[in-house]
Write a protein of this length. Structure first.
Length: 131
């Protein structure tokens, strides 16, 4: 198994097709980002307008993130530890270090939202632009 790039340090096996070798790192990174979007209930689309996708992601964040965060926050303290995230938000748990930028051992709903805004949305825009 080959590890995906450090974008979110998620284990994604390298895909091989007959006669071709590994899927390029950029493609695996894009898959990683798309999986995060799907895991957060945000979805992705092949629609050509990056702005429309970003708007849909933001709308989904407004609706889905609070619900999923509340389900995951077992002690209702407004903070998710990696352990709490593992159950209801496994992609957050998988990308915990990227989201917990202060290294406090927990993430807040705001930090997750910020990670989507600063890390996921730019990647989705790149994917749609064909980069």
């Amino acid at each position: 198994m080959t590890m995906s790039p450090a974008c979110f340090q998620t284990a994604i096996p390298a895909q091989r097709t007959p006669g071709s070798g590994e899927v390029p790192r950029r493609a695996r990174r894009s898959v990683c980002m798309a999986l995060l979007a799907v895991a957060l209930g945000l979805g992705t689309s092949s629609a050509p307008a990056a702005d429309a996708t970003a708007d849909r992601v933001r709308q989904a964040l407004d609706v889905e993130l609070p619900k999923r965060f509340a389900r995951a926050d077992a002690n209702h303290d407004g903070r998710l530890t990696r352990e709490e995230a593992r159950g209801a938000m496994p992609r957050v748990a998988a990308h915990f270090e990227r989201i917990d930028t202060a290294g406090r051992g927990y993430v807040t709903e705001r930090q997750i939202r910020d990670a989507v805004e600063t890390q996921l949305l730019p990647r989705l825009a790149e994917m749609q632009a064909g980069h």
